[in-house]
Design a protein around this ligand. Structure first.
Ligand code: GLC
Length: 434
């Protein structure tokens, strides 16, 4: 079996920041990509979205430009989500974009546009498929999960998960042979049945994950695989979702592992017109800093409208990243957690570039006049505010506590800060270490 963990993550841990794109028929109801599950919409009642899908304002060059300007250096797009609708001209089903009024292989147009911006290409592929005639209906997820058992069994007559697993291998082969070099393959997700019955959940046996990985590795051996195929060896990357770990992730032996948090701008992955929990610019930027300072990547999601464009709320969030990354990307790219001996000050986050031996202090709240850096006494050659390159003075340790000063923490370096917070969402101090 193709070994997990053999994907090329060197570029991945350098580039740090990607765009997740959730786009499919669910952008038409515009009530979350799980709308079929939440509202128990039958296949027949869902057909109207297929019959009317026509993203006439689609321009992937605009998406790719916004991603690049936001500092996103890779993207992962849903080729097929749980609804089973395929965003490319696959040979293996008629439930595909080229059979809708759209009539075009939009996946190819997206890949071409993002590649033209120098952005790495990732494909999300749902293991779950609420449309496919061989996918066994279960009592855990999907529009038919609450059917009485006898009705569910009747619907499952003739369905064959081995045929479905072959269907997935055929489609994944298409995706890996017809769209050039694919850097990431992002599967979603396994929910194994305690009793192994596919009517009660699905895991590696149902997906035939081992054979799937073997095929993938035989076609694109360097591709990065995520960890949702229900295989004992975790994937090349761990993928906490809508959750920021308190520190970097490690394996059972305590060694750091490659991980990527995926998060949404709002509470939905797919376009959701009425969902209001959109993150502020500061929350978006804090997320990126929190992930990189803990050795992770951030995959931030957009959900295009069914007309094919990113709505203003998404564009405003991307602009917030663009404004901040334009001046501060040096503290993100090729950076990771600081050496353990450097503990950041309160409300501070460190990232560290090992190659340049440069520490970056992200001040999530602006302190008044001074910031003390434990363990850094005598170790900082020069300090500057990253966004404008203006010097930040390093104060000599006070001779002795007096009526106007106090001893700073032992072995700390103290920096003198402007009283007013600089005009940047999260100010960063670049510390050139000796
Ligand atoms: C969850 C959601 C799914 C989404 C995925 C992204 O699995 O159920 O809709 O695509 O998260 O990580």
């Amino acid at each position: 079996m193709g070994k997990f963990g053999s994907g090329d993550t060197k570029w991945f841990v350098r580039d740090r920041f990607g765009m997740f794109i959730h786009w499919g028929l669910y952008s038409m109801p515009a009530r979350h990509e799980w709308v079929r599950h939440h509202e128990k919409i039958t296949t027949e009642d869902y057909q109207k979205y297929f019959d009317h899908f026509n993203p006439d304002l689609f321009n992937p060059k605009e998406w790719a430009k916004a991603a690049r300007e936001a500092g996103m250096r890779y993207f992962v797009i849903t080729t097929k989500h749980h609804e089973g609708f395929c965003m490319w001209d696959t040979k293996y089903t008629d439930y595909k974009i080229t059979n809708t009024p759209c009539g075009r292989d939009l996946l190819r147009e997206v890949v071409d546009a993002f590649r033209a911006e120098g952005i790495h290409v990732g494909f999300y592929y749902s293991l779950i498929d609420w449309h496919h005639p061989d996918f066994i209906i279960d009592n855990r997820i999907g529009p038919y999960r609450e059917l009485p058992e006898e009705e569910r069994k009747k619907m499952n007559e003739g369905r064959d998960m081995k045929r479905y697993a072959q269907y997935m291998r055929n489609q994944v082969r298409e995706l890996l042979t017809e769209y050039g070099k694919i850097d990431i393959l992002w599967f979603d997700f396994s929910y194994p049945a305690p009793d192994g019955d596919p009517e009660h959940g699905k895991g590696h046996k149902d997906w035939e994950s081992e054979e799937l990985v073997k095929m993938i590795r035989s076609i694109q051996p360097d591709i990065i695989l995520d960890n949702r195929l229900d295989l004992p060896e975790e994937g090349d990357i761990h993928t906490p979702e809508q959750y920021t770990p308190s520190e970097g992730l490690t394996d059972k032996d305590g060694n750091p592992i490659v991980w990527e948090g995926c998060q949404t701008f709002s509470g939905s992955w797919g376009y959701h017109r009425d969902e209001q929990t959109w993150k502020s610019p500061k929350q978006c930027i804090d997320l990126l800093i929190d992930h990189v300072s803990r050795g992770g990547n951030l995959l931030m999601n957009v959900g295009p409208t069914s007309r094919g464009y990113l709505d203003r709320r998404a564009m405003d969030c991307l602009k917030a990243y663009a404004d901040w990354m334009h001046y501060n990307k040096r503290s993100i790219y090729n950076c990771g957690p600081a050496p353990r001996e450097f503990q950041p000050p309160l409300d501070g986050r460190y990232t560290y570039n090992r190659e340049t031996n440069t520490l970056y202090l992200h001040l999530m709240n602006w302190p008044f006049k001074h910031v003390h850096l434990p363990g850094l006494a005598g170790k900082v050659a020069y300090a500057q505010l990253l966004h404008d390159g203006s010097e930040v003075k390093i104060l000599p340790p006070p001779e002795a506590p007096s009526h106007v000063t106090a001893k700073s923490p032992a072995q700390a370096e103290t920096l003198l800060l402007p009283v007013n917070k600089p005009d940047v969402e999260v100010p960063v101090i670049e510390l050139f270490l000796k």
